[in-house]
Design a protein around this ligand. Structure first.
Ligand SMILES: NC(=O)c1ccc[n+]([C@@H]2O[C@H](COP(=O)([O-])OP(=O)(O)OC[C@H]3O[C@@H](n4cnc5c(N)ncnc54)[C@H](OP(=O)(O)O)[C@@H]3O)[C@@H](O)[C@H]2O)c1
Length: 360
């Protein structure tokens, strides 16, 4: 029987929670068709064996493609996917039919209508309506098909705008949301509450995870609609190519933000599923943040841009700090492993590869 790598999370990019496996752990792993977590706090037999049928929705997106890579690296043999064209997740009947026929053992909900601040603010009805439909169809359809384990991916925008920092999971629903993406956040809150309700009413094990800002392969580099990190990569690259003396960064550079490499996120998701985590809502982040100024300097160094960075303080800064508390995640035996510099280097390599593919 094939086994996933002894340190499966290494496939997600070099994470080294336990750099040396204990003998007991290694023997346990070798003696079974399953694998074991090596953190003594969470030493628990996995019920996600290599032949389990796993459906990854949204597998062409940044998060879904990372989960797919992680499962493939872990030698899971039955991962099923459907593109948007093959299965429109807004079509409740089609989704229910698909799940009833396929009967997956596990479902990852990485599909969503996602966008930047401007799109979220402008297309408020679409963001609320489509995300409610996607998650309702998948969660209810999974339940009807007898799927016992499912993971719903949300986002840190579910937390009140003026939360104490770092943000603990229990701050959910304790204050007003950021108005610009309130419809998206409300849809995500509904999704996690729906998963929770199926657990309470039907004894399902549907878990919800809330990742921090993500970056990495398959990110969106469209300057009109991208997040800060991919936007900086693109700006630095173009400034370098043109030989610009300066590169303008929006805002004062003072706000603090947290960034997680998307393959690390995927690793955490697979870890939680494989360890049969069935606790409450869980944040996924690094537990560390940097100022936008520090981030910009790191991006410029990685890209090799040697001009001056100029901060345009007339542009809005947003909230001064946004950092997730990751104690619950640490207690579940996972910690991020890809450093910011290493992650940016990998993201830049992906950016260059995509540029090259587009021009050839
Ligand atoms: N990106 C981040 O920084 C970040 C941070 C925290 C949390 N998250 C969460 O992670 C999840 C995925 O985000 P992402 O960044 O991976 O987004 P993404 O790159 O836009 O991927 C979303 C995927 O969902 C698919 N999809 C959307 N509507 C669909 C429909 N009606 N039918 C079938 N497929 C549909 C998209 O396919 P098409 O492109 O073909 O429509 C795409 O493959 C979201 O829940 C998001 O909140 C993301």
């Amino acid at each position: 029987m094939t086994h996933p790598p002894l340190a499966p999370r290494m496939a997600g990019g070099g994470r080294q929670l336990n750099s040396t496996l204990s003998l007991e752990c290694a023997l346990g792993h070798l003696a079974s068709g399953d694998w074991y977590c090596c953190d003594p706090k969470t030493l628990k037999r996995s019920d996600m064996n290599l032949n389990a049928k796993i459906f990854v929705s949204g597998h062409r997106g940044m998060v879904g493609s990372a989960i797919l890579r992680r499962l493939q690296a872990g030698a899971y043999t039955q991962v099923i996917t459907r593109s948007h064209a093959e299965l429109d997740l807004l079509d409740q009947r089609a989704v229910q039919g698909f799940l009833a026929v396929e009967k997956p053992d596990y479902v990852f909900i990485a599909a969503a209508k996602v966008g930047g601040i401007q799109a979220n603010n402008e297309f408020r009805a679409d963001f609320l309506h489509q995300n409610l439909l996607i998650e309702t169809g998948l969660i209810h359809g999974a339940h009807l098909a007898g799927v016992q384990r499912l993971m719903f991916l949300g986002s840190s925008c579910i937390y009140p705008r003026d939360c104490p920092q770092p943000i603990k999971e229990e701050y959910l629903l304790t204050g007003p949301l950021e108005p610009t993406n309130e419809p998206y956040a409300i849809a995500k809150i509904a999704g996690l509450k729906l998963a929770e309700a199926y657990n309470r009413q039907y004894g399902r094990q549907y878990i919800s995870v809330m990742p921090t800002n993500l970056y990495g392969p398959n990110d969106n580099y469209d300057l009109a609609n991208s997040h800060v990190l991919p936007a900086l990569i693109r700006k630095a690259h173009e400034a370098k190519q043109r030989g610009d003396a300066q590169c303008v960064v929006w805002g004062s550079g003072a706000p603090r933000r947290e960034f997680l490499y998307v393959d690390d996120l995927a690793d955490a998701c697979v870890h939680l599923m494989a360890q049969a985590y069935d606790g409450p809502l869980l944040n996924i982040g690094t537990g560390d943040d940097v100022t936008i100024r520090e981030l910009a300097e790191t991006v410029m160094q990685v890209v090799g841009y040697e001009g001056r960075i100029v901060y345009d303080a007339s542009k809005p800064d947003g909230t001064p700090r946004k950092l997730l508390d990751v104690s619950r995640l640490a207690a579940a035996g996972w910690r991020a492993g890809v450093t910011l510099r290493e992650g940016i280097a990998r993201a830049y390599a992906d950016f260059l590869a995509r540029q090259c593919a587009e021009t050839t």
